[in-house]
Design a protein around this ligand. Structure first.
Ligand SMILES: [Zn+2]
Length: 320
């Protein structure tokens, strides 16, 4: 069985995408995480979105003083601050670069970790371009009927920033799965993909869009299994979606996190965990069979969740 630092038996962390997050609706969950000894990763948007945003305009950004102070305080307390692009809607090259400079000026360095957001056109290798298997790609196109063509990695477009991404970012989130222990699906992590060379290293995550899905994913039996298998859990979620009501953390979430915190897990931010995995020799080039299985599993999970939600159009937004 794999051994983690300090004699820990498994790893658990979270990448919280900043969609609809405000100080009020995520502050209490971060206080709880800190008390319980979890240090996780939070993405932010450095810039506001003057053109408006139909789905995300309740979100706060670093342009908002109180939110900036809140995020800086999280950084001081050991949380990792990561990139979710410049803002909640598409950004051309100039705005993306301006966003990264604001991140550097605010936090003292460029972000190490990045996650693409929803349907932003500057997303790197996104949509059907995440996939190579021709059948999975065709089925994905049928299911999602995507309108946008993603351009962040295409040099001749106004949304190009692949050169800058390669220079500054170290880890980018790719496929997400409906299982807590991502090392079962993607043991070779982080991985480099020669067909997508502008991203230095990719990682996978477990997907929990909102509080209800998080509680299901982190249920006690899944925690037991994670600990028993010495697994690696990186949960991609949105703490802005239902984790806090009237200043209080969802009771089930709080009790699941408390139980988890008592287990012998290594609870460090995403960048630190991936760097350790890399130094341990776990990452590298993805074997072809592993990549093929990952794509099929990703599609199966996507369709299952779509049916479960009984709201197929939401699939388009699920990569947020
Ligand atoms: Zn997002």
């Amino acid at each position: 069985m794999r051994r983690f630092p300090d004699g820990k038996r498994f790893a658990f962390t979270i990448i919280d995408d900043t969609d609809v997050a405000t100080v009020a609706n995520v502050g209490p969950i971060y206080r709880l995480l800190e008390q319980l000894g979890f240090r996780t990763t939070k993405t932010v948007w450095p810039l506001d979105c003057p053109e408006g945003s139909p789905d995300f305009d309740t979100s706060q950004t670093l342009a908002d003083c109180s939110y900036r102070e809140f995020v800086l305080d999280l950084q001081r307390r050991g949380f990792e601050i990561a990139s979710h692009g410049a803002t909640m809607e598409s950004s051309d090259r100039a705005r993306t670069l301006r966003g990264l400079e604001v991140m550097r000026a605010t936090f003292g360095r460029y972000p190490e970790v990045h996650a693409n957001h929803a349907n932003n056109i500057e997303n790197l290798y996104w949509g059907a371009e995440r996939l190579d298997d021709p059948v999975v790609r065709a089925l994905y196109r049928l299911a999602v009927r995507e309108g946008n063509v993603y351009q962040g990695h295409r040099e001749t477009t106004p949304f190009w920033w692949g050169d800058i991404a390669q220079k500054h970012l170290r880890y980018v989130r790719n496929l997400t799965f409906d299982t807590l222990d991502v090392s079962r699906v993607n043991p070779t992590m982080p991985y480099h993909d020669e067909r997508r060379p502008l991203v230095n290293w990719w990682f996978s995550a477990a997907d929990a869009d909102n509080c209800g899905e998080f509680n299901r994913l982190v249920r006690v039996e899944a925690q037991d299994q994670l600990e028993q298998d010495g697994g690696v859990a990186i949960v991609a979620t949105h703490f802005g979606k239902g984790f806090v009501t009237d200043g209080r953390v969802n009771e089930l979430t709080a009790s699941l996190l408390e139980r988890l915190s008592r287990r012998p897990g290594w609870f460090v931010p995403v960048g630190q965990l991936l760097e350790w995995l890399q130094r341990s020799g776990v990452g590298g080039s993805l074997p072809a069979a592993e990549w093929r299985r990952m794509q099929w599993r990703w599609l199966a999970d996507l369709l299952t969740r779509g049916v479960r939600d009984r709201f197929l159009p939401r699939l388009r937004r699920r990569f947020a």
